[in-house]
Design a protein around this ligand. Structure first.
Ligand code: CU
Length: 470
């Protein structure tokens, strides 16, 4: 068979119509053509041959600012080809970071299969060092678990290894190296894996939208392009799928849709994942689906290191709802950690004198940090502002692990395009009070809390209103 013919049949295989007889011995022994993703945008759901028509086996997921890896069928086996390699990830417009990833991006593509599928994954190592892949959470033969030295020899530079197993249980999984983990994960090597249930499952709902995102973190010095790989805890870029707000797509839903979000945490700290506007339930954990009788409602759920969570809700409130990690420094861009707290410091007269020595000197934070959202600070090249994103009412002041859930009555089914900003119906938005303001009595405030230590050290009649201590 000519190489041209092989490529042709491989492409047909991707469309799922290649018959078993059409596969020659030569094709069987060949690597599937690696497929690359040049864009850091959100790819539409990958509509493989099993997702459409009356025989459809599953509804495909959408990986936020990511994509699903197409497979080829080879005698009943789903074959994928992952290429571990250096990539440049655009974390937000104008902010590019040198990472390691798979098939052109970090995170790598999502692998999406059905319970019971036999899966064969070719892994080619184009990194400058050895690697492996561990299929986090899967039931598989011990020799396929990917821990270098324990389950296999690591994949040498330039070589390709084959992993093969049956996707035994439905759920949300991740993949990542288990060789020089600290470096390779700090550089962005990770990906998502979804196994859909085979047929109806008592504890797994059919949903209208199914989103995937990995929580990941990097330490990129402002002005530089390569993450520091020896950082243990003090990361400064907090990301969903190696992207930061405002570089993240919104999650969109049609009013009334049942929405699932699958979240995995491959950072070195926990993230309380918070969704505004609705209540959700955790419908699945690392170990599988949660029976409906064991679920409870939440608006925030903590996702510990190495964990996966599936949350589900009905998108029954229209609007643009914030979705973010609730650690407030995780919704910020890169910053120095040594900025002093300046609230209450009077800078009058100081700025001019300081600017004679430091021409770019700016006062930061004497009334809180909100002003920083509007400030035009001079930043080193290739650095995102600390707080950023502009909404219909001004700066949002969020970076990092932040995006929006956009619920619209007129969003078409399967339409994942951004509907723009929500238009508040008249009379449903917070507004300025314009009546008279009664004087505040601080004396009364001190008297009503006699058990409070702080209140006791104040002289109730001093008139200074607190802060005056013995
Ligand atoms: Cu966080």
């Amino acid at each position: 068979m000519e190489r041209r013919d092989f490529i042709h049949s491989a492409l047909i295989g991707l469309a799922g119509t290649m018959s078993v007889a059409a596969v020659s011995k030569h094709a069987l022994a060949s690597l599937p053509e690696p497929i690359y993703q040049p864009s850091a945008g959100t790819a539409p759901p990958w509509r493989g041959p099993e997702t459409e028509g009356t025989e459809a086996r599953y509804r495909p997921v959408v990986t936020l600012n990511g994509w699903t890896l197409p497979y080829r069928m080879n005698e009943g086996v789903k074959e994928f080809h992952l290429v571990a390699e250096p990539v440049v990830r655009e974390m937000a417009p104008g902010f590019r970071v040198n990472m390691w990833g798979y098939n052109g991006q970090s995170p790598g593509p999502t692998i999406e299969v059905v319970e019971g599928d036999r899966v064969r994954i070719f892994v080619t190592n184009r990194l400058p060092e050895k690697t492996t892949i561990h299929w986090h959470g899967q039931r598989l033969p011990n020799g396929m678990d990917g821990v270098s030295g324990l389950n296999q020899a690591p994949i040498p530079v330039g070589k390709t290894f084959v992993y093969e197993f049956i996707a035994k249980r439905p759920g949300t999984f991740m993949y990542h190296p288990h060789a020089d983990e600290m470096t390779q994960m700090a550089m962005g090597m990770m990906g998502f894996w979804v196994t859909h249930p085979k047929g109806k499952h008592p504890n797994i709902s059919e949903v209208d939208r199914d989103y995937c995102l990995l929580l990941n973190a990097f330490d990129v010095e402002p002005g530089s392009k390569t993450p520091k790989v020896n950082t243990m805890l003090d990361f400064n870029i907090w990301a969903f799928n190696s992207r930061v707000y405002p570089g993240l797509s919104p999650m969109v839903a049609k009013l009334g849709d049942r929405v699932r979000i699958r979240i995995g945490n491959l950072t070195m700290t926990n993230h309380p994942f918070h969704v505004h506007g609705i209540e959700f339930e955790v419908t699945g954990t690392d170990g599988g689906p949660v029976p409906p009788s064991a679920r409870w409602p939440e608006v925030t759920t903590d996702i510990a290191v190495g964990q996966m969570r599936q949350i589900e809700f009905i998108a029954d409130e229209p609007g643009d709802w914030a979705v973010h990690c609730h650690k407030s420094h995780h919704t910020m861009g890169a910053m120095g950690h040594d900025v002093p707290t300046m609230i209450g410091i009077n800078h009058q007269g100081l700025v001019g004198r300081l600017q004679k020595v430091v021409p770019d000197y700016m006062v930061m934070g004497e009334r809180g940090m909100y002003d920083m959202k509007e400030m035009e600070m001079e930043l080193p090249p290739n650095t995102i502002p600390m707080m950023t994103g502009t909404g219909p009412y001004g700066p949002i002041g969020m970076g990092g692990m932040f995006t929006t859930l956009k619920v619209r009555e007129d969003q078409k089914p399967d339409d994942y395009s951004d509907p723009g900003w929500y238009k508040q119906p008249p009379g449903t938005q917070a507004y300025e009070y314009k009546g008279t303001t009664p004087p505040v009595s601080r004396e009364q405030a001190a008297k009503v809390s006699p058990d409070n230590n702080n209140a006791q050290v104040r002289k109730p009649n001093s008139g200074s209103g607190g802060g005056h201590q013995h």
